[in-house]
Design a protein around this ligand. Structure first.
Ligand code: PLP
Length: 421
């Protein structure tokens, strides 16, 4: 099919050309004397993305799932109790992983479409006077339902209960796109993957551990080899890895961090909020509903859109892909067929998103859903126009070499040559 594939699943996200170019390089010796400069810089700079100064960052050749596993096995022992609300497929999978490692998970089942139940968490922890619960597992942004939880409020719940449990946060579809503050919220283990806000291909599991989490390693008995923090800490201290790292991904990560810092993390969050608000305006214009039940749950990185009764969202996704070369996210597990998802995270701007909104509404019309073609596009476009930053005055913009130039002094001196010199 001619033209670009429109990739609007909530990860993997579009990889900017700058990152692709940075990754396109010959392999090198990962034990050379030059290598530590790269590794050391990355491990240092990553901490800014997690917003921690005291935490320690780890880079595993893995995915978000590997990050989940690394966080748990380095800090807990089989039989330990952890508390985990479940409100979507990813919180479900993390719980499953914990259980398969022999952890006893106290599950709080929550309606899919809502997020972490802070009052309930506080109540359970307050009742746990013997401090049997060793950890609380929170998925910051539940990608399956497009719900963002309030991690700061979960921290307040732990503090109010005066409970020492470690706070584990899955930031796989939030970190680098939605405000996340490891140090301020006293998150002990924060996890992300490369293929979402970091705009990289899949292939890295990134974890950041607080000093309290690192201290918990001493008593943690879960078996670990590949994901052992101890081996990483030893090797990373000299700028190396305990095994062969994914060299292209490391160069890609360096470029990704450079891009995030150039834009400014806070600006990145504002951009995601504004793009997401446009998608939400489109959903309202279609007369449809988000899976996220209330505005305070709305995710700025993914919108899960419920299709009307009698329609199968899988048909919308299929038509969008085969007819319009647009990849939308599917409904997962109990949401299969009920919703489709538009991922709006990573390297994105207004017009890219308007393309996805246009494709989604064409595909919905094609399968018979009664929406007015253009309604969503118009609503989102209006939002983007009305919230656009004021343009700097033209005088402040560097002149293009092709613009007419003022006459140059001196004969035979071409204006173009003046500008290009
Ligand atoms: N957590 C969340 C919130 C996710 O969205 C995903 C994947 O989409 C994961 C964990 C699992 O990550 P991975 O597929 O990289 O293992």
């Amino acid at each position: 099919m001619a033209g670009r594939n429109f990739l609007f699943v909530p990860g993997p996200t579009n990889v900017p050309d700058r990152i692709l170019r940075a990754m396109d390089r010959a392999m090198e010796d990962h034990r050379s004397s030059a290598f530590p400069a790269l590794a050391t810089e990355l491990l240092h700079d990553l901490k800014h993305v997690f917003k921690t100064t005291t935490g320690q960052a780890f880079i595993f050749p893995a995915t978000g799932t590997g990050g989940w596993e690394a966080a748990l096995v380095n800090t807990l022992s089989p039989g330990d109790r952890v508390l985990a609300p479940r409100y979507g497929q990813f919180s479900h999978l993390w719980i499953d992983l914990a259980q398969r490692h022999g952890l006893r998970v106290d599950i709080i089942d929550v309606e899919w479409g809502e997020g972490a139940p802070v009052a309930r968490i506080e109540e359970i922890l307050t009742a746990d006077t013997g401090h049997e619960v060793k950890g609380v597992l929170i998925v910051h942004n539940e990608t399956a339902t497009g719900v963002t939880s309030d991690v700061a409020a979960v921290r307040r719940a732990l503090d109010a209960a005066r409970h020492p449990a470690l706070l584990y946060v899955d930031g796989v579809s939030s970190i680098g796109a939605i405000d996340f503050r490891m140090e301020e919220w006293q998150v002990d283990l924060a996890i992300t993957g490369s293929q979402k806000g970091l705009m990289l291909p899949p292939g890295l599991g990134l974890v950041c551990a607080s000093p309290k989490a690192l201290a918990a390693r001493e008593r943690a008995k879960c078996p670990r080899v590949f994901f052992d923090f101890g081996d990483m800490i030893k090797a990373n201290a000299t700028g190396y890895f305990p095994y062969t790292p994914s060299i292209p991904m490391l160069y890609g990560l360096r470029e990704s961090l450079a891009m995030l810092f150039e834009e400014g993390l806070d600006n990145v969050f504002v951009r995601h909020r504004r793009l997401a608000d446009g998608v939400r305006a489109a959903v309202r214009a279609w007369g449809l509903k988000l899976c996220a039940r209330a505005p305070h749950w709305h995710s700025d990185t993914v919108s899960a859109i419920l299709v009307p009764d009698g329609f199968n969202a899988a048909d919308v996704i299929d038509v969008a892909f085969r007819r319009y070369n647009l990849a939308l996210g599917a409904g997962l597990a109990r949401m299969a067929g009920k919703l489709f998802r538009i991922g709006h995270l990573g390297d994105l701007n207004e017009l890219m998103l308007l393309g996805a909104i246009a494709g989604a509404e064409m595909a919905m019309r094609d399968v018979g859903i009664k929406i007015a073609l253009g309604a969503g596009v118009a609503a989102a476009a209006e939002h983007y126009r009305s919230t656009a930053a004021p343009l700097p005055s033209r005088a402040a913009v560097a002149p293009s070499p092709d613009m007419p130039q003022p006459p140059a002094s001196g004969k035979g001196h071409s204006p173009r040559a003046t500008v290009r010199a």
